[in-house]
Design a binder for this molecule. Structure first.
Ligand code: ADP
Ligand code: MG
Length: 350
């Protein structure tokens, strides 16, 4: 009995959605146990994580844009994939420790969802960080596959499933069938670019400087990709670029939509471009199967509609788009012994 539970515990398996904005961790049999921003606070100019390695996630995000000169608050995956290896490792290690309770005897097997465009060097970095963080065995799965599985799509069947996952740093577009990615595209235009477009609009139109967190709030509260039945307004606070003093103003959903137009059209283009590259049989399947939107960006008002108009296909938002990839990794965990030969692992690399 004791040994059983001990081994069950030592054999803990973990699935990780290493996103550019949010990292989610699930444990086999327990579902999602951690959901925190992919953010780390370090002493400026070093890789030393503050608070003895604990200024990660929620704690670090609160410091974002508000840190004094001696502290850098970093999103190590922000600009696409892995911009900063050491800090990504520190972050992954913190999250794994948090889930295992810091018990060094717990050597989990870990399934990590990574963007499909990740390079060999970046893969190596993910393996290394997870191993140094205590993983016994590391498996990588392509993020759009995990998203498809999490959304309950029939990705293993001989029919096409299409996922558009709009995260913070990247939009991943993939058409899959028979448990493999047939065509895919990954662009570095997603939630962050929408926020930047709002920051620029405030500068140009109001001479007002706003921070990334404020821009994100504006996007979530009144942002849209097509006309709304009831247009919205919102008060915005920031710093006047001429007087240098704090002030506030009011913005409308119409002007924010205009500001978001450029990045939104880049996302639409990535989707239509991928459709054009699909094999005709798979394209034909998509007429029935439609397109599935995942990731936080899927929640932008009206985006589903403009994508449906641009493609002529049915476009649906998956259930709980922010946790879809993590739920997919947990399905991989349930089937680890059956599927492990189909996944890339650190063993192949060695
Ligand atoms: P990642 O996988 O890169 O970590 P997520 O799938 O967690 O990204 O999505 C995060 C992005 O989704 C952020 O840019 C965030 O601002 C955006 N987001 C979250 N909720 C909404 C919403 N309701 N409307 C528009 N964007 C949203
Ligand atoms: Mg993601």
């Amino acid at each position: 009995m004791f040994l059983d539970s001990l081994f069950g515990w030592l054999g803990v398996d973990m699935g990780i959605d290493l996103g550019t904005c949010n990292t989610l961790v699930c444990v086999r049999g327990e579902g999602i146990v951690l959901n925190e921003p992919s953010v780390v606070a370090v002493r400026k100019g070093t890789n030393r994580v503050l608070q003895n390695g604990n200024a990660v996630g929620v704690v670090a995000k609160e410091m974002l844009g508000k840190s004094p000169g001696s502290i850098s608050v970093i999103r190590p995956l922000k600009n696409g994939v892995i911009a900063d290896f050491d800090i990504t490792e520190a972050m992954l290690s913190y999250f794994i420790r948090k889930v295992t309770g810091g018990n060094r005897l717990v050597r989990p097997r870990v399934v990590i969802a990574v963007p499909s465009g990740i390079t060999a060097v970046e893969k190596r970095a993910v393996y290394n960080s997870a191993e140094r963080a205590g993983a016994r065995r590391v498996y990588l799965v392509q993020e759009p596959m995990a998203a498809g599985i999490g959304a309950g799509l029939p990705i293993a069947e001989p029919t096409a499933s299409m996922i558009v996952d709009i995260g913070g740093g990247t939009t991943e577009v993939a058409i899959m069938s028979l448990a493999d990615v047939s065509v895919s595209d990954s662009i570095r235009v997603a939630g962050d670019e929408l926020d930047d477009a709002i920051i620029n609009h405030m500068k140009r139109t109001y001479n007002m400087h706003i921070g990334p967190q404020t821009a994100e709030q504006i996007k979530i509260e009144i942002g849209s990709a097509c006309q709304l039945n009831e247009e919205l307004t919102r008060e915005v606070r920031g710093r006047d670029m001429i007087s240098g003093l704090p002030r506030k103003t009011v913005v409308t959903s119409q002007e924010i939509r205009e500001a978001l137009k450029e990045p939104v059209s880049q996302i639409i283009e990535a989707v239509t471009r991928t459709l054009e590259r699909a094999e005709p049989e798979l394209a034909a399947d998509l007429v029935d199967n439609g397109v599935h939107l995942a990731g936080g960006g899927a929640l932008l008002r009206g985006l589903r509609q403009v994508l449906a108009d641009a493609t002529g296909l049915e476009v649906r938002i998956v259930d709980d788009p922010l946790s879809c990839v993590a739920r997919g990794t947990s399905v991989y965990l349930e089937n680890l012994s059956r599927w492990k030969d189909t996944m890339e692992s650190d063993e192949d690399e060695a």
